[in-house]
Design a protein around this ligand. Structure first.
Ligand code: SF4
Length: 240
């Protein structure tokens, strides 16, 4: 019988079978996530440019946004409605709200830091940088941590929903009552393992995300080819 089961990310009471560093090394043998974006404003536009679309489509829309509008705050704030709507329309449902959010990104960056978000964030203490990022649409704690880490501003431990699911299944944290609580638990575990090493934390972020998307999928993880199957604490329920 194949080991592709219908395993959820339900609370897992077993202890992890190896260190998180080992997990990341094993994933690095399989995946090679691209370096990706490092500019905070571009990362915020990336978050907002589509809803439930894959990375390929998101990247294509961001490239189009860069070509037709630009990724500078003032250009975003004054972009023609027709162009914003045209791009937003191809990013999934709620296009009107999304085009308003995209413009808002430029307006906030102009109002808060005269458009130079990256330099401004670098001058702020981390809690204030985090608070500033959370003023932007669709940026909560995980998004702010990710932007600060990937832009090289602060070595904050962070994980996206795909990586978080994998961490729960492997037993590095429990699934708590809310996403935010589960995220905090996972970030604490990553922080202990990463010890403020921003390169490792960024690598862990990218690899866990890649694994969650490729194999450790939400509804039906594909466990047979998984490089972590022999150490995964998740129970397999045999099919009868
Ligand atoms: S980590 Fe691997 S073995 Fe464990 S549930 Fe995810 S895909 Fe399956």
């Amino acid at each position: 019988m194949g080991r592709t089961g219908n395993r959820s990310a339900a609370p897992n009471l077993e202890k992890p079978k190896c260190s998180l560093k080992t997990v990341v090394e094993r994933l690095a043998r399989v995946y090679a996530p691209s370096q990706g974006l490092t500019d905070p404003l571009a990362l915020i536009v990336w978050e907002n440019i589509g809803y439930l679309i894959d990375d390929g489509r998101r990247t294509a829309l961001l490239e189009e946004f860069r070509d037709r509008i630009g990724l500078e705050a003032a250009k975003i704030a004054t972009a023609p409605n027709a162009i914003l709507s045209d791009i937003a329309r191809r990013g999934g449902i709620n296009a009107l709200a999304r085009s308003e959010r995209l413009r808002r990104i430029g307006e906030i960056a102009v109002a808060e830091c005269e458009g130079d978000l990256s330099s401004h964030l670098r001058m702020l203490p981390v809690p204030k940088a985090r608070a500033l990022l959370k003023k932007f649409p669709a940026i909560g704690d995980p998004g702010a941590d990710k932007i600060l880490l990937l832009s090289g501003i602060a070595p904050l431990p962070t994980v996206d929903s795909n990586g978080l699911r994998t961490m729960v299944r492997l037993g590095y944290c429990l699934e708590e009552n809310s996403y935010g609580q589960t995220y905090k638990s996972a970030a604490a575990v990553l922080g202990l393992a990463g010890q403020s090493d921003s390169d490792w934390l960024a690598r862990a972020y990218g690899l866990l995300r890649e694994h969650g998307k490729a194999l450790c999928k939400r509804a039906a993880p594909v466990c047979e080819p998984c490089p972590l199957d022999h150490i995964c604490a998740h129970r397999i329920t045999p099919k009868l």
